[in-house]
Design a protein around this ligand. Structure first.
Ligand SMILES: [Zn+2]
Length: 195
């Protein structure tokens, strides 16, 4: 498959077959990409931050770590990661995010709205969007107080993460729309499916 481009502040959705790999590339640097996944055979089975972090006993996941579903099955495994810092705590940015955190009066629909639009052909509605695996998102966590700080991504131009599908999936992927998450510049995301 040729390289696919997700324009700034937008999203895409596609199917992955077990054994295929998904490569997500930050072409310009400091750009986050939210990933959500659903089991193709039953779309009520979705990627689960809670289960993945619980079973890893860590909140930062990288090469070798599996991403579990709400039914404790492995959906994806990270097989390559040139950045090593992603977030799996925060929900996709949304119109509410921009209203509540940024005070925008006419908020952008954000990753949440972009994921809903992209996943509409599979009948996946807004209430079924889980916490995303936020590729390249750099969230600093104070180990004592638990305070969170969203910092510029550590990704530089050309950095990538490769995930292998461990089951047949429907995947939603964005070029994130939140100012803070992307060091106040909206850039595209590239991806490729192999296998
Ligand atoms: Zn976002």
């Amino acid at each position: 498959m040729s390289l696919q481009i997700i324009p700034p502040r937008s999203g895409a959705a596609f199917e992955l077959t077990r054994g295929q790999t998904l490569t997500v590339i930050d072409p310009e640097g400091e750009q986050v990409s939210d990933l959500v996944a659903f089991a193709r055979e039953d779309l009520d089975e979705a990627i689960s931050s809670g289960r993945s972090l619980d079973y890893a006993s860590r909140i930062f996941l990288t090469t070798g770590d599996p991403l579990y579903s709400n039914r404790s099955r492995i959906m994806l495994e990270i097989v390559e990661d040139t950045v090593g810092r992603h977030d799996f705590l925060l929900t996709p940015c949304s119109a509410d995010t921009f209203r509540i955190i940024y005070g925008h009066e006419h908020p952008h629909r954000g990753c949440h709205g972009n994921l809903v639009a992209a996943l509409e052909p599979w009948g996946i509605g807004p209430d079924r969007i889980p916490i995303a695996f936020n590729i390249f998102m750099h969230v600093d966590v104070n180990g004592t107080t638990g305070e969170l700080k969203v910092l510029p991504p550590k990704s530089k131009a050309g950095d990538r993460i490769v995930l292998r599908a461990e089951m047949d999936l429907v995947v939603g992927l964005t070029a994130c729309s939140a100012e803070q998450s992307n060091n106040y510049a909206f850039k595209p995301i590239h991806y490729r499916i192999d296998g």
